[in-house]
Design a binder for this molecule. Structure first.
Ligand code: PEP
Ligand code: MN
Length: 339
């Protein structure tokens, strides 16, 4: 349930409603919007009559939110949420922000080449995996802490922010030291202890949809992070498993407008993992933007043929620069801005 305060509610009225919520054994989650404050009642509120709150001073109305992902819902937070990073990059709020870089950090030199190529094309957020969740235990698992250090140093040299994956709850503090955004990968979307740890890390989280997960399950996974007090979550559609075998996964294009309806969290599209094929990345990326995505996550490698992971879906710098210019043209056609 959410308690919508009236536009002129005083701080005292807001505090007394919050006290009442907590006295009844719930957690009160405050969201100060541009017009009014909304108080989320967190916990199992089914036994409570909304009238308990409706009678309090300053309360305009009480709305029961039936969807289990309350904090994620647009009912709770109607305005688009924006994640602002220290270097000026922003996820959400209208403009299209592109995150790009190699699937995995392989060496300092490889990362520098990839990062300088994507930065030249206008990218402000560098991606790269240091801890890689690989299907086979014999595949390259990533450089670990050394990879994190390379990401931070290379990004700092170029004025970029860093997004990188964390695969275990114990690594959250370490990854949080180096990264601006923690990525929770598709295979870990339902790893609830990781979600809780990421929620408490004090860093924005990029949450990828599980390959066999519904939109509802994705929203409830986001709720785990939000309910830890972390309001900065971006969702990523990266393709789901279907009967189709001509691409690695199938991008659920419907998910983008559906998510934009259900939630005000930023929505990002990953055309690289969705297709698994470099030649399909451009068209699918543009489809994602046209469907309303707030950003893209794209794998770029200085020499895709030599990549230690996901070479087949990685763009080379030239193909990536072409994609960026198409994204900008499309943004103009849509009346939006590309960062
Ligand atoms: C990635 O982005 O590096 C990745 C492993 O993607 P996913 O979790 O979507 O498979
Ligand atoms: Mn990859």
């Amino acid at each position: 349930m959410v308690i919508v305060m009236n536009a002129h509610a005083t701080d005292e009225e807001i505090a007394s409603v919050t006290d009442r919520v907590e006295a009844l054994g719930f957690h009160a989650h405050l969201s100060r919007g541009s017009e009014r404050t909304i108080i989320g009642v967190i916990g199992d509120e089914r036994p409570v009559d909304p009238e308990v709150f409706e009678a309090l001073a300053g309360v305009e109305r009480v709305v029961r939110i039936l969807h289990p992902a309350k904090l994620a819902s647009r009912d709770y937070h109607p305005d688009d949420r924006v994640i602002e990073l220290p270097n000026g990059a922003r996820l959400g709020g209208g403009q299209i922000e592109v995150m790009a870089g190699p699937c995995a950090v392989e060496s300092r030199e490889q990362l520098e080449q990839a990062a300088s190529a994507v930065a030249t094309a206008g990218v402000r957020i560098l991606r790269g995996g240091a801890f890689k969740p690989r299907t086979s235990p014999y595949s390259f698992q990533g450089l670990g802490e050394k990879g994190l250090l390379f990401l931070r140093e290379v990004a700092d040299d170029l004025g970029m922010a860093v997004v990188t994956e964390v695969v275990s709850p114990q690594d959250v503090p370490l990854v949080g030291e180096f990264a601006d955004i923690l990525q929770v990968g598709a295979r870990n979307m339902a790893n609830f202890s990781l979600l809780k740890a990421a929620g408490g890390a004090g860093r924005p989280v990029l949450l990828k949809r599980g390959l066999g997960s519904t939109i509802d399950e994705l929203l409830q996974a986001a709720e785990y992070i939000l309910s830890q007090g972390n309001d900065h979550v971006a969702l990523c559609e990266r393709g789901i498993r279907t009967f189709e075998t001509s691409t690695r996964f199938t991008l659920d294009i419907n998910a983008i407008p559906v998510l934009k309806q259900l939630t005000s969290l930023p929505v990002v599209v990953d055309p690289s993992h969705a297709t698994g094929k470099a030649e399909l990345v451009g068209p699918v990326a543009l489809a994602g933007v046209a469907a309303g995505a707030d950003g893209l996550l794209v794998e770029v490698h200085p020499n895709p043929r030599e990549a230690l992971s996901d070479g087949a879906q990685s763009l080379d710098p030239e193909a990536f620069a072409t994609l960026m210019s198409s994204v900008r043209s499309l943004a103009v056609a849509l009346g939006r801005k590309a960062a």
